[in-house]
Design a protein around this ligand. Sequence first.
Ligand SMILES: CCCCCCCC/C=C\CCCCCCCCCC(=O)SCCNC(=O)CCNC(=O)[C@H](O)C(C)(C)COP(=O)(O)OP(=O)(O)OC[C@H]1O[C@@H](n2cnc3c(N)ncnc32)[C@H](O)[C@@H]1OP(=O)(O)O
Ligand SMILES: Cc1cc2nc3c(=O)[nH]c(=O)nc-3n(C[C@H](O)[C@H](O)[C@H](O)COP(=O)(O)OP(=O)(O)OC[C@H]3O[C@@H](n4cnc5c(N)ncnc54)[C@H](O)[C@@H]3O)c2cc1C
Length: 671
Amino acid sequence: MSQTTEVNPDLVMERAKCNFNVLEVTHLIDGGEQNTLQRKKIENIALNDGAWKDPIGEEHMTPKEKYENSVRKTCIYGSIVKNELAELSGMESFGMNFLAVRRTADAFFKEVTPLLQQFGQFVPTILGQCTPEQLSCWLPKALGLKIIGTYAQTELGHGTFIRGLETTATYDPETEEFVLHSPTLSSYKWWAGGLGKTVNYCIVVAQLYTKGECHGTYPFMVPIRDEDTHMPLPGIKVGEIGPKMGYNTGDNGFLAFNNYRIPRENMLMKHAQVLKDGTYVKVARHGKLTYGTMVFVRVVLVSDAAFNLAKACTIAVRYSAIRRQSRPRPEEPEPQVLDYATQQHKLFIAIATAHAFQLCSVWLWDSYNVVLAQMKDGNTDTLTEFHALSSGMKAISTSDSAQLIEQCRHACGGHGYMISSGIPNLYNYVTATRTLEGDYTVLLLQTARFLVKAYEQAEAKKPLTPSVAYLAHAFSGRKTTWDSSPDGIIRSFQALAAGKIAACVRNIRKRMQAGLSQVDAWEMSTIQLVAAAEAHSRAVIADTYRREIVRLTANSSPNVKAVMEQLTILYLYYWALERTGDLLMYTSVSEKDLVDLQEAYEELLLKIRPNAVGLVDAFDLRDEILHSTLGSYDGRVYERLMEEALKSPLNKEPVNQAHFKYLKPLIQGKL
Ligand SMILES: CCCCCCCC/C=C\CCCCCCCCCC(=O)SCCNC(=O)CCNC(=O)[C@H](O)C(C)(C)COP(=O)(O)OP(=O)(O)OC[C@H]1O[C@@H](n2cnc3c(N)ncnc32)[C@H](O)[C@@H]1OP(=O)(O)O
Ligand SMILES: Cc1cc2nc3c(=O)[nH]c(=O)nc-3n(C[C@H](O)[C@H](O)[C@H](O)COP(=O)(O)OP(=O)(O)OC[C@H]3O[C@@H](n4cnc5c(N)ncnc54)[C@H](O)[C@@H]3O)c2cc1C
């Protein structure tokens, strides 16, 4: 943890007040002391020599300078963490090294590195979609950065609906090549990170045609720039898509093909093959295995949501401890804003949610590895449930994180609006994750498809998979009895998810009986289906968070156990109070129960208050990673804000020339 000599006295006081062992909680979040040590080792290697520093503040650079600076730092960073990156050669290795690389990357890149997609999607697609021969050809090159690549699936006209992609890959048996073509403007590839200027290779998702027949979308390894001159190859049109809310150092690009030829071997053939004579051979047992990279990234994004939210609440809680405002008791000094109940209401749920998502992401990752292991043995039975689960968790975690990061900004008042607070960049990054890798609504509707089928299974008294086992109790005809214990609240969340799924099924059936087609009946019910999938995902998250905390703190010291338990209960109370209408519909909760719950929630905020700074310190986020004038460990907020203000290019001269050119003539009436 970075410490300077002078620490703001309010933060010193807060740290003295904290009643639990901060390091013990850090170990808990990292998944054990060894992991913490390993993470810190990598952080020291990556950050201690200051290579992440910019010559001038990135926010004062032109877009071109920003991009070039980001490429410069990528090369420095890549050489520092070369060994850790090389270890990403198995998807199972998403361990502490990967997380440490992810964390330290944020010290180097306030937005993103143009090589994000190299490791976020290019390498994972090679790992998941190649035959063994293809793997041995491309993986070492990609991991060793001998080739730089991205993943181009989305087109100008289609992102969500993959089956609607228009780019074609038509097999020519004469030359044993695929001909890639972009038949329309809407078929131009659009969005792929690093495509604009950085990459020389691209995994392109295109409609496969052979022997005159379309076989659906498949990935192809496509060289797009000359490996020596970096010039676009003949038949390729490529460029950058322009300024965005965030990701501006990520050179997202467009790409079009004019009958561009690649060898037959460049189709990634793990799940289907095109033989030399053009015969199409399907290998995969499950129709959606070519969507594997998306499933992988959705799992990663849950952990990313937790990490970014931890950063935002570290900034906002530390700032709220040093910020003093208003005088409710005239005889006393102005209180720290963290003492206001409304401020605690804004912030403590953010801390609890960061923990919830972190623990869920580890659990999801472990479940994913089980699914991968089963698939290696040819069993794809659990993929459908996992797709539903990971879709729901990705949707909720990215969306809640973005909302809570914005809430952290609100909690920082005016100063939170400064780029130097670190929060705007965080928000711009995370809000995009709600859309990319599957839009929120679209993914919840995928979860809903699974839930409706699971409900029908439950109705027919057939066995249920673990995440929907609670549906077995959905047919009792009685409202679930309200019980404010943690397990009782989780049962209520499951009851309201079950109630909402049942209502959807009833509505779909009613509409079909009234003459609507299945598609129309489903479409008319999608608002409720999204709400049902949200309720289900929240029930799974609450249940997992509670179970994991109980398991992980079994041997913790009493105060750590207590504060972790308080956060879990806060999470449950918060969401119960957010969903009072639903609870009234689907459980026996009374008005008095809800009044009591609100009171218990407010008392819990008071109990957590003395440990708030300790809790965010436990995230152990170095100042270099936070990039925040408001959130540094030493709390020297005003000094840092002033230092940053003085860096503004407008402060380089006492009078700006615009005064003489425009204002003075206006004042003098000469305009
Ligand atoms: C030196 C520098 C180092 C730096 C290091 C930094 C390291 C950092 C590393 C990582 C950070 C990661 C950051 C990554 C950034 C990512 C950037 C973003 C990239 C992208 O956005 S890529 C594009 C993503 N696109 C999407 O996600 C599209 C979303 N659409 C879909 O997924 C699908 O089209 C659909 C699911 C919505 C519909 O598909 P469709 O074919 O039409 O299927 P349906 O008819 O609806 O369903 C049929 C049937 O299939 C089931 N199903 C659907 N998908 C799947 C699946 N993936 N797996 C299993 N099953 C699936 C579906 O449920 C149906 O089942 P049923 O018939 O009901 O039983
Ligand atoms: C920062 C960023 C980086 C990206 N990087 C990449 C990349 O590297 N590679 C890549 O291939 N792509 C990338 N993408 C694209 C991204 O995957 C898509 O934008 C995303 O999947 C959403 O698809 P869309 O843009 O087509 O949205 P649309 O589907 O057009 O969504 C528009 C609206 O329609 C709604 N909608 C769409 N379909 C349905 C439906 N069936 N039912 C109900 N509502 C629906 C959505 O909910 C949304 O409200 C990136 C995007 C961003 C923002």
